[in-house]
Design a protein around this ligand. Sequence first.
Ligand code: GLC
Length: 532
Amino acid sequence: MTEAPSIQWWRDAVVYQIYPRSFQDTNGDGVGDLAGITSRMEYLSWLGVDALWLTPITDSPDDDFGYDVRNYYNVHPALGDLASLDRLLEAAGRCEIRVVLDIVPNHTSDRHAWFKDARASRESAHRDWYVWAGPSRDGSLPNNWLSVFGGPAWEHDAATGEFYLHQFLPSQPDLNWWNPQVRDEFDRILRFWFDRGVAGFRIDTANKVVKDSLLRDNPPVRPTDPLMQRRLGQRPAWTSSQSGVHEVWRRWRTVCREYEPERMLVGETWLFDLNEVARYYGADDELHMNFNFPFVYADFSAEALRGVVERTEAAFGGTRWPVWTASNHDVSRFPSRWCRGDRRRIGMALIMLLTLRGTPFLYYGDELGMTDVAVPSDRTADPLSRRMPGQHRGRDPERTPMLWRPGPGAGFTVADVEPWLPLGDSQVSVDQQRDDQASTLHLCRDLIRLRHESSDLRSGDYTSLDTPDGVWAYRRGTGTVVALNFRDGEVTVPGVRGRILIASERAHDGTDVAGLLRLGPAEAVVVISGQE
Ligand code: GLC
């Protein structure tokens, strides 16, 4: 970086999401572990990322791979222990890389001691930590709420004669955030990890944590509702974005402010209305950043992506800091979903991700252009493909192991061990791409470096420019222009002057542009006008 890092470090950061089970196995059990992440710190530092987000590392029976927490105060034994986390934090610190963990406040595992106690009797100390309700008058379910993972959101507990709420799997009972003891307990959990040196949290399902206390029925969908809701058949009017949830995030922000530098919170706001996402920033007293799912789910076209970015800019104004992410552990990887494996388009998508106004979140393997991997049905691990057959393809294809080098085990695990999910094509591995200056990996690394060096790219305003159809161009700050050609043919974009700093077609790096910018099919460039 050319300037002293700002206190709001996350604004200048490129964040790298790691699915720990799939990054690096060091004990030969086919599952990645924390020691594996530590052993790859040199690579992460070479790549240039500023922070890691690790999906849940806390103890879990793995019905939903860590998103069903059994103990919020300990590390999953398959991944290591608290000492291995400390070593990871120390190694990351030496490389000036921060570590953000994932916290799951909406629900626990049904094997968590709190829930075991809660279901033991109606009088248990932890009974009210969860959401219980009796049957409705006709003996049926308490209300019409549906689980995001299919079927009703209520499970009958025969022993105590009531139903408990689960917005995800039946083995993920929802916590009752109206109970002050739950709130106090989570303050303790936050401080426990912050005190160990964790830089912040990604908050799982941040819009759903507080539910309507009167348990009112959700209304039916309207034809104009987002596809995901139409599939479910109801609008989450009483199960998402309740005003009480904002109170919780304000409280968490106060905890973050007890630390120096302030700890960071990024919300998984699974919402399709950007004005609603904007509310999760509060008056700079709630979450520092929130994921942008309209962007994730946009078509890969100039019009669709420009539209989402412009709507985000309008909804967020100058004060709320956006997040740009294209892949994660719940959606098909962008090199498959957006780019159908086409190297040129993958390069274009990386140029876009790393040059927008806001923090880019890369998913491990994005930098290689790693695609989804077809997982045979007898290797399925994700419960979703079993619960929603025909409706959900499951999330295994985007969770397969990192490809470090060609050959058996791909450098992820030892050669004769079957990894927990099948390996993709190791021909796109880190080792091969590290030796090839024209590779996607080098493009990604060079873009990260450029972003660090350019105040235009880090903090300059975003302005859309006029372009021919199928092309999207924008100015960042005063002197940097990014142009992306989504067409299959060549185009020229008028009114661009300067020098190409980075082109997805690397042979064009350094080319001068004197008014007419020529872009090859699926080519993207970053141009500096010299006015910066
Ligand atoms: C979030 C996670 C997802 C998980 C779900 C339930 O959406 O990203 O992986 O299954 O919450 O915790």
